[in-house]
Design a protein around this ligand. Structure first.
Ligand SMILES: Cc1ncc(C[n+]2csc(CCOP(=O)(O)OP(=O)(O)O)c2C)c(N)n1
Length: 624
């Protein structure tokens, strides 16, 4: 197996990598001993790259945990043993881990402990664009950011040293633009921490949050916070660049700083504006800010999402009684991402100068737009067959079902032609919401959840349904992988992140353990339409909590591992096809298209054969 660039022991070597590869490299260089997390775009590749590095350096431990709370707890346990520990998640994952996080920050870190929160401005692949810098403020946990690929590696590596020096947890906050950008990276030294003992630190008062201990730890947390506040001015990746005679200041961090820097270059303003670039965005460097304020009449804050730095800057200027104008969100949007174009527009408005680039296509995204495509389930996706069977049953019974959904590929059942999904808020919420709806709604209430999501946070909802005898029909769309985030294994697959075998936990064993009896449990092959429809019909006629596992492996995942598998696609007999369009309008497989007024099969067909069963004219068959 050839060694990827990011796994080389060649300090000084230069290459081009993904932001997430750079972050993984930094974590590895820092000497991580335990890494844990749960997949979530845009963070997933960090763990996957670490797992690839692990193949060459198996001395550290790495796992996909059941969910982010568990991942965080695994890392916390390792930190308690004096190990360098890393927890990885997307921004909403920190909501799942928040209960542990909020209290763990009182106790602080023993071995260096870094939690990475990958935020997603513009909701590219998320249900919200929450700004997790506020978690830092909320938990008094220092938050670091990086402006480019090289810094991503350097900052996160440094975060482990920092964490140990201050005995503090550190949050590394990234955004999609950093995680998924590519850029130059110079490799650093691999830190080999050889002389440490990794035994549990039996400091019982520190780790046991009985109220009597919690009060003491809270005071310690506040003392630590004061040290962090003071240190922020000396943070090695924070830089105040004062310009002689400049009366304008600019504060920024992360990717927005890179845009601001480019904008100043393009506008020829680099010598006229003093800049404060923050590497540590919480706590903020008060002395550096004070210096900038004292020398400026106006300061602009360039930041994405919430006015996090802006609010702090205004408060600080007020407390210091320095009179100056501080502006931010007045010139820069609060939702979505910024880009160079937007930053130039905002800056020129703030400076009240004309924008020389206004007619130029500065926003390169406009030049490279892909043709618009609606998000759809893949050709051959087994979720489609389950939805189709459900829709058939609605027709047959003359009833509309309520579909309380979870997050996964199946959420695409919201779109035409399926149009099933009625509600989806966050991972693990489908069964809980269905429990509530079932108490009031007159008609069948379904909870739609995937296998990975069921393990993640679905189980308590099912236990609630059984315990409270709620009239909820849970459908687990089991494609035997975490498909939406790119085929990560989970407890139901029985394979670990390293590719080594783990212990497989069948969904049905948990469901039975939660109190679902055999007469309330159906297990079908999703692509067997007859079997699936029959099971749905039986289950709908029963009251109380019941579960259908609709199981068929993800077709894309299968294709990726069985590359040589011969696919026999379907064909349409033009003599038999009368263009009723059921296969296109109701079933909606993207491999079936209308060409020259006739239904045709394109090269995407996976040969799942489900469309053969739905054609009332028997016009579809497998190719010979
Ligand atoms: C708290 C949280 N963590 C992670 C994610 C990212 N994410 C979205 S869906 C999903 C899991 C999907 O897997 P599964 O339930 O098996 O459904 P599939 O996509 O395979 O159909 C993940 C990890 C998220 N949205 N929220």
């Amino acid at each position: 197996m050839s060694r990827p660039f990011y796994a080389l022991d060649k300090p000084g070597e230069k290459g081009v990598v993904l932001g997430n590869d750079a972050l993984a490299r930094g974590i590895f260089e820092a000497g991580v001993i335990v890494a844990a997390g749960y997949p979530g775009t845009p963070s997933t590749e960090i763990m996957e790259t670490l797992a690839r590095i692990h193949k060459f350096y198996p001395y550290f431990e790495i796992e996909w945990s059941t969910n982010e709370a568990v991942g965080f707890q695994v890392a916390l346990g390792a930190s308690m043993c004096n190990a360098r520990a890393f927890a990885c998640m997307k921004h909403v994952g920190l909501n799942v881990a928040a209960d542990t996080f909020m209290t763990a920050t009182y106790a602080g870190a023993h071995g260096g402990f870094v939690v990475l929160s990958a935020d997603d401005p513009n909701c590219y692949s998320s249900q919200n664009e929450q700004d997790n810098r506020y978690y830092g403020l909320h938990a008094l946990c220092p938050v670091f950011e990086a402006i480019n690929i090289q810094e991503a590696k350097d900052v996160i590596k440094y975060a482990f040293d920092f964490s140990e020096e201050f005995q503090s947890l550190v949050m590394m906050r990234t955004t999609t633009r950093l995680n998924h950008a590519r850029g130059d990276l110079i490799l650093g030294e691999i830190n080999k921490i050889e002389d440490r003992k990794y035994n549990f630190d039996k400091d019982r008062e520190r780790w046991t949050f009985l109220p009597s201990n919690a009060r003491v730890q809270r005071v310690k947390q506040l003392e630590r916070y004061e040290k962090l506040r003071t240190f922020s001015d000396n943070f090695p990746f924070t830089k105040l660049n004062m310009k002689d005679g400049a009366k304008i200041g600019l504060i920024s961090s992360g990717i927005p700083y890179s845009y601001a820097n480019d904008a100043l270059l393009k506008l020829n303003l680099t010598e006229k504006i003093s800049t404060l670039k923050l590497g540590m965005v919480f706590p903020q460097p008060e002395k550096l800010m004070e210096k900038l304020f004292e020398n400026s009449e106006r300061v602009v804050i360039v930041e994405e999402l919430e006015p996090f730095l802006e609010d702090f800057a205004k408060k600080l200027a007020f407390e210091l009684d320095i009179k100056l104008e501080i502006a931010g969100k007045k010139y820069f949007r609060r939702n979505s991402e910024l880009n160079l174009n937007e930053v130039i527009k905002g800056l020129t408005k703030f400076l009240n100068i004309s924008n020389p680039f206004v007619d130029l296509p500065v926003d390169i995204r406009n030049l490279h737009k892909a043709s618009p495509r609606p998000p759809v389930l893949c050709p051959g996706c087994s979720h489609r067959s389950t939805f189709y069977a459900l829709k058939l049953m609605e027709q047959k019974l003359g009833k509309n079902f309520v579909y309380s959904s979870d997050i996964g590929c199946y959420t695409l059942g919201f779109y035409k032609p399926i149009e099933a999904i009625d509600a989806c808020i966050c991972m693990g919420a489908s069964i809980g919401m269905a429990n509530g709806i079932s108490k009031l709604h007159d008609g069948p209430v379904l909870a739609i959840i995937g296998d990975s999501t069921f393990f993640h946070t679905g189980i308590p909802g099912l236990i609630d349904a059984v315990y409270n005898q709620n009239d909820v029909f849970v459908i687990i769309m089991d494609n035997s992988i975490t498909a939406m985030t790119g085929f990560q294994p989970h407890p139901g697959t029985g394979v670990k992140i390293t590719g080594q075998p783990g212990t497989k936990i069948p969904l049905e064993s948990i469901i039975r353990g939660a109190g679902i009896t055999e007469d309330r449990l159906w297990i079908v092959d999703s692509n067997d339409l007859e079997q699936t429809t029959r099971a749905i019909e039986e289950a709908i006629s029963v009251k109380g909590p019941r579960v259908l596992i609709s199981r068929h492996p993800c077709v894309l995942f299968e294709k990726s591992i069985y590359r040589d598998k011969i696919i026999i696609p379907v064909q349409i007999d033009p003599e038999k096809c009368n263009n009723c369009m059921i296969c296109i309008k109701n079933f909606g497989c993207p491999a079936l298209t209308l060409y020259d007024g006739k239904v045709t099969v394109d090269g995407q067909c996976t040969g799942c054969g489900v469309c053969i069963k739905i054609c009332p004219f028997e016009a579809i068959s497998l190719k010979e």
